[in-house]
Design a protein around this ligand. Structure first.
Ligand code: ADE
Ligand code: ZN
Length: 322
């Protein structure tokens, strides 16, 4: 590992449900009496063969059935934070899919309470962070409205709101009123866009949701006007190389557009997305692109710096990490 890889970083694109390692999934299945269609860690890992985003989401949502109690969410997030801290992550902005849990009868307060318990405990690891509530764009907007009605009563528990799940054919605009309400409460706004969908999805997230960061955004490169806009406005893109390869958004790591994005002057950060499923955590994503593209120290330092300055951490905390 090069010295630059040990610089403090922030992780800005991480779905906590995507950190559910098979070992913990089976343990929680036993603890909660939930049946998973996999008898062993090996069987579960063998199912990690994805052809696109939807094929992953099918397994991702199935596995989260094991998450039932506040303690489950705490254990899940505590495991992630411990692992991330060991890799140099010092600040984590954690997505969670509340609707995927409330739809199964898990109370919103238990989800947020458990995740917050873990964040409180991570302070002793030198970690800071916060929670970003993601709306599921492939579910009826009424479901997002229902979870938001609960979340908005306790906005101080959140850093912001996001938008995730199956992108193509599921426009962002129906969620615009929820984003407007979140902004009015002082929350930040991010959205997945340009992962499988084309540049028009990125434009829509910027214009209709007023997203401050774009999650993925790799297909932005197809639209030179969009590239100019993103570069000029310094809009961060939270790129997830292993995810893009595993979900076949790009054919291989060698063909990943990260170098082109950096060369175009885009404000790129490197993240893990769903590390339990995609073969590595943030540090491993960074190490792999460093090796693949022969990134020098200054490029790695730029990526580390971008992750901190693109975070929603207070200025004082950012200064500590830079
Ligand atoms: N939810 C979890 N991972 C996701 C991804 N890569 N894209 C969209 N939604 C997701
Ligand atoms: Zn994601």
């Amino acid at each position: 590992m090069t010295a630059a890889l040990t610089l403090p970083t922030a992780e800005l694109h991480l779905h906590i449900e995507g950190t559910l390692e098979p070992e913990l999934a089976l343990k929680l299945a036993g603890r909660n009496g939930v049946e998973l269609p996999f008898a062993s860690v090996e069987e579960l890992r063998a199912a990690y063969r994805f052809t696109d985003l939807q094929s992953f989401l099918d397994l991702y949502y199935a596995c989260m059935a094991v998450l039932r109690t506040r303690a489950d969410f705490r254990d899940l997030a505590a495991a992630y934070l411990t692992r991330a801290a060991a890799e140099g992550v010092r600040h984590a902005e954690i997505f969670f899919d509340a609707q995927a849990h409330t739809a199964r009868g898990v109370p919103y307060k238990d989800v947020v309470g458990g995740l917050q318990d873990a964040l409180d405990g991570a302070a002793r690891l030198g970690m800071t962070g916060g929670l970003i509530l993601c709306f599921l764009r492939d579910a009826p907007v009424e479901e997002a409205e229902a979870v938001w009605a609960e979340a908005r009563r306790q906005p101080e528990a959140l850093l912001g709101v996001g938008l995730d799940s199956a992108e193509v054919g599921n426009p962002a605009t129906p969620f615009a009123h929820l984003y407007a309400e979140a902004r009015a409460l002082g929350l930040h706004a991010v959205a997945h866009a340009g992962e499988e969908g084309g540049p028009e999805y990125v434009w829509e997230a910027l214009r209709e949701l007023r997203a401050e960061r774009i999650d993925h955004g790799i297909r932005s490169l197809e639209d030179p006007q969009l590239v100019r806009h993103l570069a000029e406005h310094r809009i961060p893109l939270t790129v997830c190389p292993f995810s893009n390869v595993r979900l076949r958004a790009v054919p291989s790591l060698a063909e990943h557009p990260l170098p082109a994005m950096l060369a175009a002057g885009l404000r790129v950060t490197v993240n893990s997305d769903d590390p339990a499923y995609f073969g590595g955590y943030a540090g491993q994503n960074l190490a792999a692109v460093a090796e693949q593209f022969g990134l020098d120290r200054s490029s790695l330092a730029e990526l580390a710096r971008n992750s901190v300055t693109a975070s929603f951490a207070p200025d004082g905390r950012q200064a500590e990490l830079l």
